[in-house]
Design a protein around this ligand. Structure first.
Ligand code: ADP
Ligand code: MG
Length: 399
């Protein structure tokens, strides 16, 4: 039911030049790559194409050089890390198009892997300049996009190339799109969504989209405070966007009209100061928060009730932690609910998809990530998908 072509649809690629757009925007510290998750994600497509005899050209951006060459942002800085993960040698090519690139590509043999320079060294990348797109395409036979995390941008190498070359989704892109389709496209019902995190304002469009899509909307984190306040609860000195009370009410009304149950915590963990294990910490009903207290986590009774909700559901989408999980013990609700979701997923009764920088960190911290059905590391693209937006990089593959 996928509306895009995958590597399964490629014919004989032996000797053909593949442009493989991947996410190699790797985190670095003191000149060293600190996390190779993105390389691991890209590896299946890289090796599959190389082993099929294609000449594979890795295409990626790195940092924000804003259309100029910067030696500190050359993609050659991650070449060694990529070689180590995939266990193959890579030829670095300090261009993305033109004569020099064409000559270097001419040296590649079937099965060889080349790495083109940081696409954002050229202003045509972010401008999606048709001339730039054609210049890159001129040296290749087909295009594979394996960078879902960059698919919310209509750039030359994330979108433009798909219009001028035969275009395919890579294996990581395919897995992501299939997981997301199962979660919100045509999910098994009932569907629950957990939305947490610090602020309502950063996730308004997510909430608006989800109320029309899910049966249960579980709101936690700092954003729950704004909803509680909108319902007349005194949240003390909790993180709260009081000016968004009207918006929160409108979202709850829209949920009602759509038959979506909004779950807000009825017990919470509060403290007078934000620190690890503060002496003032206590659990109370949401109506008992004192003026000098702040809500830092969802309470244990609410978590238990939320676990019961998940047991009735077949699908779960999760973005945002339920509490200030970086500080103990305000990780308790997130950890407990994550473990319940993981157990239900492992049993096979729940399809669970989660994404978001802090969410992934929290699920890893809970030891729950590996039992989730799918964890998206895509950040911005994942959130835009949760907002119901069409991602240009995906749309271009679907044409
Ligand atoms: P993600 O990166 O997964 O999209 P967010 O960035 O939206 O998630 O939210 C994560 C942040 O929300 C965390 O830093 C967490 O400490 C904070 N947070 C969650 N609950 C609260 C709360 N009750 N009060 C203050 N901050 C909170
Ligand atoms: Mg975050």
């Amino acid at each position: 039911m996928t509306a895009f072509r995958t590597l399964d649809d490629l014919g004989d690629v032996r000797g053909k030049v593949a442009l493989l757009r991947v996410d190699l925007n790797l985190p670095m510290q003191d000149g060293h790559v600190t996390d190779v998750t993105r390389v691991t994600a890209a590896m299946p497509s890289i090796l599959e194409l190389a082993d099929a005899g294609a000449k594979v050209l890795l295409l990626a951006h790195f940092g924000r050089p804003k259309g100029q060459r910067h030696s500190t942002m050359s993609l050659s800085l991650v070449q060694g890390a990529v070689e180590q993960v995939i266990g193959r040698e890579i030829m670095f090519i300090p261009e993305v198009a033109g004569e020099v690139a064409a000559q270097a590509i001419g040296i590649l043999r079937p099965g060889d892997i080349g790495m083109l320079e940081n696409t954002r060294f050229w202003p045509g990348e972010e401008k999606n300049d048709p001339d730039f797109v054609r210049a890159i395409a001129a040296n290749a036979d087909f295009y594979v996009n394996d960078a879902f995390s960059a698919a919310h941008r209509a750039h030359a190498t994330t979108e433009g190339l798909a219009h001028v070359l035969p275009a395919y989704a890579g294996r990581a892109m395919q897995a992501e799109l299939e997981a997301l389709e199962k979660a919100l496209g045509t999910p098994e019902q009932p569907v629950a969504a957990v939305v947490g995190g610090a602020k309502v304002s950063s996730k308004l469009d997510v909430l608006r989209h989800l109320v029309g899509k899910v049966d249960h909307l579980i709101i936690g984190g700092g954003m729950a405070n704004t909803f509680l306040a909108a319902r007349g609860v005194d949240v003390g000195k909790s993180l709260c966007e009081h000016e968004l009370a009207g918006t929160a009410t409108a979202i709850m009304d829209a949920a009602d009209a759509a038959g979506c149950t909004v779950h807000l915590p009825y017990d919470v963990v509060v403290a007078k100061e934000f620190a690890a294990n503060p002496p003032s910490m206590r659990v109370c009903n949401v109506h008992e928060v004192a003026a000098d207290e702040m809500i830092l986590d969802v309470g244990p009774q609410a978590v238990e009730a939320l676990g019961d909700v998940l047991k009735t559901c077949r699908t779960l989408v999760w973005n945002g932690p339920l509490g200030a999980f970086e500080t103990t013990p305000f990780d308790a609700a997130t950890v407990a609910l994550a473990r319940m979701a993981a157990a239900l997923s492992k049993e096979g009764s729940l399809t669970s998809v989660a994404g978001g920088g802090d969410t992934v960190a929290a699920l890893n911290h809970a030891g729950a990530a590996s039992d989730f059905s799918y964890i998206s590391t895509a950040g911005g693209a994942f959130l835009e998908w949760m907002e119901g937006k069409e991602l240009p990089g995906v749309a271009a593959l679907e044409e």
